[in-house]
Design a protein. Structure first.
Length: 203
């Protein structure tokens, strides 16, 4: 009897403990449950608001950085002249003194012929005597990208449009002040947007 009583006591203790532990076990997930529950509806609401934003097109207006331009070879061929395609998309080089801009002294901004990104300012253009339009710096450092080019057996640094990966030309370290760089660019990769107001100098 005594033993049974003890057993019964133990059992009650165990059950009480298990209830407690169950209770605490319930409590803990309850807490995390409430947090996950509170997250879930907010996610739902943000999802629904996102889709509304997406539909209304606000996403595009808030994104200031221009998106990367990716097109198929067929699409580029359609958009560009055979020479522009050969140079900008196939990394060819136009003959020296043959391009549209090597001897051009017009004022304006030279854009990427593929994606229209502004690349070089005419105020940084100089006569390098090479037969290719040459600049001592791009309009901004982050609009171009460079990579090592050993395709012709020499070490050169290729210059590309960061937005659409168009081949532009090469950059050399024998340029004039203030940068000492010479961006030797193919005319075929460029499109000059002339500035009508020459006096307009942004400060
Ligand atoms: Zn481009």
């Amino acid at each position: 009897m005594f033993k049974r009583c003890r057993l019964a006591q133990c059992l009650t203790l165990l059950t009480t403990l298990s209830i407690f532990s169950a209770g605490s076990a319930v409590e803990t997930p309850k807490k995390s449950g409430t947090t996950s529950k509170s997250k879930a509806p907010s996610r739902q609401t943000s999802d629904s608001s996102d889709s509304t934003v997406g539909k209304s097109g606000n996403d595009k207006s808030t994104a200031k950085k221009p998106a990367k331009v990716v097109k198929s070879a067929a699409e580029w061929r359609k958009q560009l002249t055979p020479m522009q395609y050969k140079v900008a998309r196939l990394k060819s080089t136009e003959d020296a003194f043959s391009g549209e801009y090597w001897n051009c002294s017009k004022t304006g901004i030279y854009h990427c012929v593929c994606c229209d990104e502004p690349l070089f300012d005419s105020r940084t253009k100089f006569n390098s005597g090479t037969g290719w339009p040459s600049y001592w710096q791009p309009v901004a450092a982050d609009i171009i990208k460079t990579r090592q080019d050993v395709s012709d057996g020499t070490r050169r640094v290729e210059v590309m449009c960061k937005r659409c990966d168009a081949h532009l030309g090469h950059v050399f370290g024998d340029g004039p002040a203030p940068t000492g760089l010479r961006y030797c660019i193919n005319s075929a990769s460029l499109k000059l947007e002339e500035k009508s107001d020459k006096e307009k100098t942004p400060k």
